[in-house]
Write a protein that binds this ligand. Structure first.
Ligand code: BES
Ligand code: MN
Ligand code: MN
Length: 458
């Protein structure tokens, strides 16, 4: 590959690459909300069209019970290695809209960052792969076959992609699965994600009296479900930051002192982390560092809690019901379905007789760890070294991409998590953004990955 040709091609096409990403970001492809189903489909069609323009021989929408999957490929020579790109074109809801400094679906560049819902997660990162392909095709330097599988339901659990993967194993045969949907330590310290947490997600409902009551007439005499739910939730984590569900830690993989030292040797700036979040102190399980708390330890969080009166002014009410959505992030050897079961058993057991409790499980996912001794990882590492001038540090991220564990189980193919986001990019939050530098550097790094992977394979 002519590296000079590649970098000048990217340089010459920067504005176009940005404009095209902006077009995608203007489409509100919120998978969770049926109101946006039409825009989700339009986004899938746009991704298909961009894949064809970038040089794919074929690209199509695959219909599912939910939002379509975009599949595309360019097979240059069956004897050459094949790279399967996975990404997602759906985004999280943009709510609360009023906290955005500019409208979430009207992308703008400010301080060299692209602001829009999906800028980093995952349209910006996914689209780098489309532009990397085009760069390699147009500069005559594509050394591998490429397959694209871009889904529209990652943010809602990838249920239909699971079916597609199970039913299309031959079509998806590849030598490596490449995913850009994770983060790096910082632009000064590039890193490659080698671990993702799993997820168990439940919704709970606590019912007290059979109707809302006057909080004066009944207050103090009848259990208030919101009071009860708050107490139950508070009891789920003890003073040492440990989750109190019996059996919760039984299978948690304990790392060796060497492995822990390796994780903690990453150049993590705790003060900058706190400053970015506007907090005085971090919190979590005693005996573990922040990097360990998100990378190798499980966690439990309330994602939403509601009930009673939350409108303007004061209404005196002792509500009949209280609700919460609770997520648990899981680490290797914990199983999503088992943890959901342990949670349910425990939550029912700690409920006082004054209320009825219902637990409804939502989507979950298994944790994953990827290998650092695979050819694919070595190629990724070499690509980073060449593009960034530094050896990337392997790190474990706290987020989840449930389908990755399924890829490993069903397709039995090495996965490389080549993410270029930063924790400070505010994914899932108002004012999500993605560095313009990361977008272009990512495209370059991806082209170099192909080169090194083809060299090592061939
Ligand atoms: N890209 C994220 C996951 C992620 C973010 C991994 C940052 C590593 C670093 C993905 O789109 C996501 O948000 N996943 C969900 C899970 C899904 C089942 C809703 C998550 O982690 O909450
Ligand atoms: Mn994502
Ligand atoms: Mn996400």
């Amino acid at each position: 590959m002519d590296k000079q040709a590649v970098t000048s091609y990217i340089e010459a096409n920067k504005q176009r690459f940005l404009d095209e990403l902006f077009d995608l970001l203007r489409l509100p492809s919120v998978s969770a909300d049926p109101k946006f189903a039409g825009d989700v489909r339009k986004t899938a069609e746009a991704v298909r069209d961009r894949l064809l323009e970038a040089g794919c021989d074929k690209a199509e929408l695959v219909e599912t019970k939910g939002h379509p999957i975009v599949y595309g490929e360019k097979i240059i020579d069956p004897a050459k290695p094949t790279v399967l790109i996975y990404g997602h074109y759906d985004v999280q809801p943009a709510d609360p809209y009023e906290l955005w400094d500019s409208p979430p679906f009207e992308p703008v560049i400010k301080d060299d960052k692209i602001y829009a819902r999906g800028a980093c997660d995952d349209k910006g990162q996914m689209y780098m792969h489309v532009k990397a392909l085009q760069t390699m095709v147009d500069t005559g330097s594509l050394p591998c076959n490429v397959k694209f599988m871009i889904e529209g339901e990652e943010e809602v659990g990838s249920d239909n992609l699971e079916t597609f993967v199970r039913e299309n194993q031959d079509k998806l045969t590849a030598d490596v699965i490449l995913i850009s949907d994770t983060s790096m330590i910082s632009n000064d310290h590039p890193s490659i994600c080698v671990g993702l947490r799993g997820l168990s997600y439940v919704e709970v409902e606590v019912t007290g009296p059979n109707r809302d009551l006057h909080s004066g007439v009944y207050g103090g005499a009848v259990a208030n479900p919101i009071n009860v739910l708050s107490k139950m939730i508070a009891s789920l984590i003890d003073d040492k930051g440990r989750i109190t569900i019996p059996g919760f830690y039984d299978k948690v993989e304990e790392l060796s002192p060497e492995e822990r030292a390796a994780i903690n040797s990453a150049p993590f700036d705790l003060q900058a982390y706190k400053d970015d979040l506007g907090i005085e102190e971090v919190a979590g399980e005693e005996g573990y560092t922040t990097l360990e708390r998100v990378g190798i330890r499980p966690s439990l969080d309330v994602n939403g809690i509601w009930g009673g009166y939350t409108g303007e002014g004061a209404k005196t009410v002792l509500p009949s019901k209280a609700h919460a959505k609770i997520s648990m992030r899981l680490v290797p050897n914990q199983k999503s379905s088992e943890i959901t079961e342990l949670f349910t058993k425990h939550f029912l057991a700690i409920a006082p007789k004054t209320v009825k409790v219902k637990v409804t499980p939502h989507h979950g996912g298994e944790p994953t760890v990827t290998k650092t001794d695979s050819l694919a990882y070595q190629a990724a590492s070499a690509a980073f070294e060449e593009a960034w001038g530094k050896t990337p540090i392997p790190t474990r991220d706290g987020g989840s991409i449930p389908i990755v564990a399924l890829f490993k189980e069903v397709l039995k193919t090495d996965v490389v998590l080549l993410g270029f986001g930063l924790d400070s990019d505010a994914i899932h939050s108002p004012n999500e953004h993605y560095g313009v530098f990361n977008y272009f550097k990512g495209i370059e790094t991806i082209t170099l990955f192909y080169k090194h992977f083809a060299d090592k394979k061939g």
